[in-house]
Design a protein around this ligand. Structure first.
Ligand SMILES: *Cc1c(COP(=O)(O)O)cnc(C)c1O
Length: 857
């Protein structure tokens, strides 16, 4: 037998450049372009070869080059500037608005998510959810929120995508070398690697803990690929969203249960636990288990845990909600479920949704185990309230506790360097003014020529990149050169006049990537107008198991090769964060045409909009809030009106109606392009960048930057969720969970009595002279509850058809013996309607309708 040894030589950093290691080890480079520039300057080509990965550059760069730069004045100046601003950033504390909500001595937010999209050099993301989680961490670091994040480290990450000559998506699994990632292994005091174990089935699966630095925030990543685990267990964390449902439940056990144990192992004690999408909801079980092991009864432990837990749901699409069979729960989590001191049915019951049966719904667990819940846009908050309303059966969806925080994007990551340079020259202190709509009026003061020069340059950079990508893609597939040159002739002519439209995102079917192809003849005519040409660029991955999604890619590729579309319509492979940044900066128009109301939020349009790219989008998700039709300076983009939103629910399963809706919305989309977008962009002289177009583009920047950046989003969470959850944790857990104990006991009493609670028909006159007070009284049956356990309230309002619109709410006072309630009320003028209800109330409640109980008279 022959032994082969492998050996890699690595350069040693000269003392003058010693801190390059630190810069390469903090994902601040994902948004700090001065840091990226330092690595790029070392060796442009190597930087590209290493796919923008600073740590890899430092491993591969020749020693001689380092020695040379250690003496290079000009380089050292860049290096010291990057270091100084990094040091200033790292030592800055939280603002007063964060400190008012979270006590840095006491509070810590732990944020759990299955994917994190921070930078292309850490490929542990698939799409919008991951990028959003990454942006959340970055903004948290900027704002100085006490925060740690927890995720999984996937050896194969998400697949990289190529598209073959037939337009078929090839999902390529790459095994990454963890040594090349911007992460370090967590070690104990003795230097040995830190491990935590999780019981899965009959095995004790060992996990390593890695740590990534994101500015001031820390992300812990778990990995089951360690010596000592058997082959199957080592594979648990191989692939993001890979494998089957059994893989998924094991991954989620690692994330949820292992994640809590990892935080304990590294000595972090969160007071607020944010579950970002249901994948991480098993952390609730682990935290309850900890408290049960500490001596609390299950129901008290549940209250103590839920009081400090925030849950964000991200999609109405069923595939986004994991559901496991009870048999799977028993098989994989059986040993864990035996540690709660309650019947297994109680634990499985936490995941039973409105469909009942033996299915365990992770979203349901997350909602039952948290007291603060939200969707990700105004529309989605409403949709989620309706979808999950079974958890608050006596409460209308509009009143149940699901609220919303509209997603935002991390501005520094996605805004082009050309813009930040311009801001730096022209708008002092802009970094401190991210949330000020007044401040961003300053966009108007950018001179037309200067503004257009930036937009033009960004488009030119994009087209150069696209041309290179198309050539690489087609040549690899053996496409003849004559066709390659046809396919690149419009993006490659250095002419940045043509209108460039972009559409890039995951190819989930509800996003309707091919909607614009409903009328191919009309589209071809628009794109090929010799006076006013346009180019349409598509990019995006479909999940490897999503055949219909892959069919969309194939269809777009096939269309892009037709004579009337070649060069004008482009389907580009390999969508990732780098390509995403280029597209959202360089296009003129950003398209989004999802099926209402499936988008939840969407964020790529926000990234585009803050760069002055004009959105043309269905009024769904964030755009319903962001679109300004007729502001003081005119519109900030274009809106496709969904065909009768209310009608959507009746469309489920109705293919004919769906088709009809798609056709009508496609007609609207093409109409907007033909009659508004193209003429406005080209102007009367067909030169492009007409003044009216620039006005819309500036409106986009100035209205969207302050409202849809991640700092606004994180502050919404801090004020509305993290602060309240931290206070609830403090309250519930003080004195050995005294409040949790009384509250759990009270809830149990209410649940036992509630079935017999009721109100009689209220007594009130039908007509009152104006100015007189309304004397209202109602008899109540409390069925063993005391008047202090309930509130009786009168809602005064108007009827809108069948719907009751509340205008005022007045509480009634209990009369002596608790069998009656009365109030003296100032009525509204004219005709009005009254409704009276009774609901349980307790000072420890996180939300007035937390129990989902309310009975009407
Ligand atoms: C922003 C982003 C997304 C999300 O795009 P949507 O339009 O919100 O679906 C997906 N993938 C990448 C790489 C992104 O940067």
């Amino acid at each position: 037998m022959t032994t082969t040894l492998s050996l890699e030589t690595r350069p040693t950093l000269p003392p003058a450049l010693a801190r390059l290691d630190e810069l390469a080890g903090n994902l601040a480079y994902a948004w700090d372009r001065d840091i990226r520039r330092v690595f790029w300057r070392l060796d442009h080509r190597l930087w590209l070869e290493c796919e923008n990965n600073p740590k890899l550059v430092l491993r591969r760069i020749p020693q001689a080059v380092l020695e040379q730069f250690a003496e290079d004045r000009d380089f050292l100046e860049d290096y010291y500037r990057a270091l100084t601003s990094f040091d200033t950033y790292m030592s800055s504390g939280a603002g007063a608005d964060v400190d008012a909500q979270l006590d840095p001595e006491r509070d810590l937010v732990a944020y759990f998510c299955a994917e994190f999209g921070l930078h292309e050099s850490l490929p542990i993301y698939s799409g919008g959810l991951g990028i959003l989680a990454g942006d959340h961490c970055k903004a948290v670091s900027d704002l100085g929120v006490p925060f740690v994040a927890v995720g999984l480290l996937y050896r194969q990450g998400y697949f990289t995508q190529t598209i073959d000559a037939q337009g078929r998506q090839q999902a390529n699994a790459h095994t990454v070398d963890f040594d090349e990632l911007p992460i370090t292994l967590c070690r104990g005091g003795d230097g040995a690697e830190l491990r935590v174990g999780v019981e899965i089935g009959e095995r004790d699966v060992q996990l390593r803990i890695w740590q990534a630095r994101i500015g001031k925030a820390t992300l812990y990543l778990l990995d089951s690929d360690v010596d000592g685990n058997d082959e199957a267990d080592r594979a648990i964390t191989y692939q993001l969203y890979g494998g089957d449902s059994d893989t998924r439940i094991q991954q989620e056990t690692v994330l949820g249960v292992g994640g809590v144990r990892a935080l304990r192992a590294v000595g972090r004690q969160p007071t607020v636990w944010h579950i970002n999408e249901g994948h991480a909801a098993f952390q609730i079980l682990e935290r309850i288990r900890e408290r049960v092991a500490g001596g609390l009864p299950f129901d008290v432990a549940l209250e103590a845990v839920a009081a400090g837990t925030v849950f964000t749901t991200h999609t109405p699409v069923p595939a986004g909600h994991d559901i496991f069979h009870h048999a799977q729960m028993r098989w994989f989590l059986g040993r864990l479920l035996g540690q709660f001191g309650v019947d297994e049915s109680v634990l499985l019951g936490l995941g039973v949704d409105h469909n009942g049966g033996d299915r365990f719904n992770m979203t349901t667990l997350a909602l039952r185990g948290s007291r603060f819940h939200n969707g990700v846009s105004k529309i989605h908050g409403g949709v989620a309230s309706r979808m999950e309303s079974y958890l608050w059966p006596q409460v209308s969806a509009t009143e149940n506790p699901i609220r919303y925080v509209t997603n935002g994007v991390h501005l520094h990551t996605f805004i082009a360097r050309a813009w930040t340079r311009l801001f730096h020259d022209s708008f002092r202190g802009w970094r401190m003014q991210l949330l000020s709509t007044d401040h961003w009026q300053c966009i108007d003061s950018i001179a037309y020529d200067r503004y257009v020069a930036v937009r033009r340059q960004l488009k030119r950079d994009l087209l150069t990149d696209i041309a290179a990508r198309v050539r690489r893609q087609l040549r690899r597939n053996g496409v003849p050169e004559t066709i390659v040159s046809k396919a690149t002739r419009y993006v490659d002519d250095g002419n940045s006049k043509a209108l460039v439209l972009g559409f890039a995102r995951r190819f989930a079917t509800y996003k309707r990537a091919t909607l614009i192809l409903k009328d191919e003849a009309r589209l071809a005519r628009l794109l090929n107008d010799p006076q006013r040409p346009a180019i349409l660029i598509f990019a995006g991955k479909a999940h490897p198991k999503d055949q219909p999604g892959q069919e969309l890619i194939r269809k777009l590729y096939e269309t892009s090769m037709k004579p009337e579309f070649i060069g004008r319509l482009i389907m580009i492979e390999g969508y990732d964060m780098l390509l995403a940044r280029n597209l959202v900066q360089g296009c003129d128009v950003w398209l989004n045409n999802p099926e209402y109301p499936m988008e939840a939020s969407g964020t790529s349009g926000e990234k585009a909009g803050v760069n002055g790219v004009v959105n043309v989008s269905v009024l769904d998700g964030w755009w319903d809030e962001g679109y300004v039709a007729d502001g003081h300076d005119g519109p900030n983009g274009y809106a496709i009106e969904p065909i009768d939103p209310r009608y959507w629910y009746s469309l489920l399963g109705d293919e004919v109606a769906r088709q009809k809706r798609d056709e009508e919305e496609a007609k609207q989309l093409l109409g907007i392009l033909e009659e508004q977008v193209i003429p406005t962009y080209y102007g009367d002289d067909n030169a492009g960048y007409a003044p009216e177009w620039i006005r819309i583009s500036k409106n986009s920047m100035k209205t969207l930057i302050p409202r849809f950046n991640a700092a606004r989003m994180v502050m919404d969470y801090v004020r509305g969720f993290y602060g309240p959850a931290a206070r609830q944790t403090a309250r519930f857990t003080a004195d050995d969970c005294a409040v949790a104990k009384t509250y759990a006991a009270w809830k149990q009493k209410v649940r036992q009595c509630w079935n017999g609670v009721g109100l009689d028909v209220p007594q009130a006159p039908k007509i009152l002279p104006q100015g007189a007070a309304l004397e209202l009284s109602v008899g109540a049956r409390l069925n063993g509850l005391s008047p202090d356990d309930v509130i009786v309230e009168c809602l005064i309002g108007q009827m809108d058809g069948e719907r009751f619109i509340t205008e005022r709410t007045c509480p009634l006072q209990a009369t002596g013996d608790g069998t009656g309630f009365r109030a003296s009320i100032d009525p509204l003028p004219g005709l009005q309607h009254l409704r009276v209800r009774i609901r349980p109330i307790h000072p420890a409640m996180s939300h007035p309708f937390e129990l989902g109980a309310a009975v009407w008279a």
